[in-house]
Design a binder for this molecule. Structure first.
Ligand SMILES: [Cu+2]
Length: 499
C-alpha cells in the first residue's frame, strides 16, 4: 500500500479496515450535526444578497496554494480477502486535520475524509459491500460505471443509517478513471461537500501494455479538485456556504490537502484530473505556458494524445493528462494554475530522471460510425433556469415519473440544448448514469479533438446544442441530470427507463 500521511485517527482506522482488518473499528462522530439543506427563503435571499448571482459571472477566485503541504495520495482499496474480488466501502463521519492544529468535521469512505481508490480490471466479477454508517440516508453511486440500475446507486437505491447492501457486477468497459460519490435525493450536494468522494480506476490489457506512466503516486497521480468554504472555526458549514446556483469556495483542496504541492521526477507524469467540486469549473494550464498532452476523456483513452495548453473541466468531468517534466525549465517556479492564474498545484521537480520518456502515439480505437452520424434525434433534453428554478424539459425531478424510455442495446441520438435565460444563462454539466456516450456534434460542428472519446458528463454552454450517440448495456431506471450538485438537488434531473 502506498504510504500516505495520516492526519486523523479515523484515517488510521480506515487503513486497518481497508487492509483487511475484519471488524469495523470506525467511531461515528456523535456530535456532528447533519442538517439537511435549508431551503428557507430568508436564507436564500440573504445568500443572494451577499453573494449575488455569483456562478453566472462573478466567480469568487481561489486562494493561491502556498505549496506548504505535500499532496496526499489516496490509499488503494484492498480486497476483503484473497478468495474473491470483494470490497467493503463504508460511508462514515470523522474529523480531519485539514488546517494544522484544528479538527474539521468531515465525511469519508473507509476513513474520515474522501475515499480510497477502487482499482478494477476489465473482466473482473466484482462484489462491493456498501455500508451506511452515517446518521442520514445515503447511496453509493459509481459515476461512469456501466452497471445495472440496481447497482448504480441513484436515489432509488437509498440506504438508511446502519443499512448495508451488496452489489455485484462484471467490469465490461475499457480502462478509465471513474469516481464514486453519494446520490440521495435532495442531499447529494451537502454529502459530497462534506467529503464523500473516491476514485475508481479501471485497467485493461491495453492500459497495461501502452507504457504510460503507471507508478501510482509517483508518476501516475490522482488529483481530486474541490473548492470549499471554511467558517471561522475552520468547519465545512454547508448551510452557510450553500448557493442555489452552485456552492463554490475560496479554498482549494486537492485530494483533501490544503495548500498542496507535488514532488515529481524529471520524467513524464500522468495526472488524472477529476473536477470533484460542487459547481466550480476549472481551466487547467501550466504557469510557464508550456503545453501538455491529454490522453483520456471520462470513459477511456483518446485514440492519440492531444496537445493542449489548457483544458477546462466542469463538475464531474475527468481527463488524464501527461506533463513532461524532463522538458520543462525547472529554474523557475512551476505550477498548475487556473484560468485566472490562481496557483492550484505547485510542482517541485527533483534532480532524478524517471523511467518514462515516451508515450505511445496510438492508444485506442474509438470511432463514430456513419450509421451513428445518420441517426435521427429521438430524444430532446432542454436545460433551463437558475438557482432553485432549474428544470429539464420544463419539469423538475419527480421520482414517480419516467421521462424517457430506451431499448437496451439500441443506440439513440439525444440532443441536449442549454436554453439561455434573461441573464444569459450558465454552463450546465450534463451527466447520464450507467453508460458512456459519444459526442456527435456541438452546434452542428464536430467536437474538439480532445472530446473524441467516451464521455459520461458534458459541459454545455448557454445557447449550445449538443448531439450525443448513446446506448445502455443494462436495464432499469437511470438518472440524467445537471452535475452542479445544487441544481441536481433542486430538481434538475430526469429518469430514463431502459427496457
Ligand atoms: Cu445546472
Amino acid at each position: 500500500m502506498i504510504g500516505i500521511k495520516m492526519k486523523t485517527t479515523a484515517m488510521m482506522i480506515s487503513l486497518l479496515v481497508i487492509s483487511g482488518c475484519s471488524s469495523n473499528n470506525s467511531k461515528p462522530d456523535e456530535e456532528m450535526d447533519h442538517s439537511t439543506i435549508n431551503k428557507d427563503m430568508e436564507e436564500i435571499d440573504q445568500n443572494t444578497t451577499e453573494n449575488g448571482h455569483r456562478s453566472h459571472d462573478e466567480m469568487v477566485s481561489l486562494n493561491d496554494s502556498t505549496g506548504e503541504n505535500e499532496l496526499e495520495i489516496p490509499a488503494m482499496l484492498e480486497r476483503d480477502n484473497e478468495k474473491g474480488i470483494v470490497y467493503t466501502v463504508r460511508a462514515q463521519k470523522g474529523k480531519t486535520e485539514i488546517f494544522d492544529g484544528t479538527e474539521t468535521k468531515t465525511y469519508g469512505y473507509n476513513g474520515a475524509f474522501l475515499g480510497p481508490v477502487l482499482r478494477l480490471e476489465k473482466g473482473d466479477m466484482v462484489k462491493i459491500r456498501t455500508i451506511n454508517e452515517l446518521e442520514e440516508n445515503t447511496t453509493f453511486h459509481w459515476h461512469g460505471l456501466e452497471v445495472s440500475a440496481d447497482a448504480d446507486g441513484g436515489p432509488h437505491n437509498t440506504l438508511k443509517p446502519g443499512e448495508e447492501k451488496v452489489i455485484e457486477f462484471k467490469v465490461a468497459q475499457e480502462a478509465s478513471t471513474l469516481w464514486f460519490h453519494p446520490h440521495p435525493e435532495g442531499i447529494t450536494a451537502e454529502q459530497v461537500y462534506n467529503g464523500l468522494a473516491g476514485l475508481i480506476y479501471i485497467e485493461d490489457d491495453n492500459s497495461k501494455n501502452l507504457g504510460l506512466p503507471n507508478d501510482y503516486g509517483k508518476n501516475d497521480i490522482p488529483l481530486i479538485f474541490q473548492d470549499r468554504n471554511f467558517d471561522d472555526k475552520k468547519q465545512l458549514n454547508y448551510n452557510a456556504a450553500m448557493n442555489d446556483d452552485g456552492t463554490i469556495g475560496d479554498t482549494l483542496l486537492i485530494n483533501g490537502t490544503l495548500n498542496p504541492k507535488l514532488t515529481v521526477n524529471k520524467e513524464k507524469v500522468r495526472l488524472r484530473l477529476l473536477n470533484g467540486s460542487n459547481a466550480r469549473n476549472y481551466t487547467f494550464k501550466l504557469n510557464t505556458g508550456d503545453s501538455f498532452v491529454q490522453i483520456s476523456t471520462d470513459g477511456g483513452f483518446l485514440n492519440e494524445p492531444v496537445t493542449l495548453k489548457e483544458i477546462t473541466l466542469t463538475p464531474s468531468e475527468r481527463a488524464e493528462i501527461v506533463v513532461d517534466f524532463s522538458q520543462l525549465n525547472t529554474a523557475n517556479d512551476l505550477a498548475l494554475i487556473n484560468e485566472d492564474e490562481s496557483i492550484l498545484l505547485p510542482f517541485e521537480v527533483s534532480d532524478q530522471s524517471g523511467e518514462i520518456n515516451k508515450i505511445p502515439g496510438e492508444m485506442n480505437n474509438f470511432s463514430i460510425t456513419e450509421e451513428e452520424k445518420d441517426l435521427p434525434v429521438t430524444k430532446k433534453v432542454e436545460l433551463f433556469g437558475m438557482k432553485d428554478q432549474v428544470t429539464i424539459n420544463g419539469k423538475k425531478f419527480d421520482p414517480e415519473r419516467i421521462d424517457f424510455t430506451q431499448q437496451q442495446g439500441v443506440t439513440e441520438v439525444w440532443e441536449i440544448y442549454n436554453k439561455p435565460d434573461m441573464m444569459g444563462g450558465m454552463i450546465h454539466p450534463f451527466h447520464i448514469h450507467g453508460t458512456q456516450f459519444k459526442i456527435l456534434s456541438r452546434d452542428g460542428e464536430e467536437p474538439p479533438e480532445n472530446e473524441r472519446g467516451w464521455k459520461d458528463s458534458i459541459s454545455i454552454q448557454p445557447g449550445e446544442r449538443v448531439k450525443i450517440a448513446i446506448q445502455f448495456k443494462h436495464k432499469g431506471v437511470y438518472m440524467f441530470h445537471c452535475h452542479i450538485l445544487e441544481h441536481e438537488d433542486n430538481g434538475m434531473m430526469g429518469q430514463l427507463k431502459v427496457e
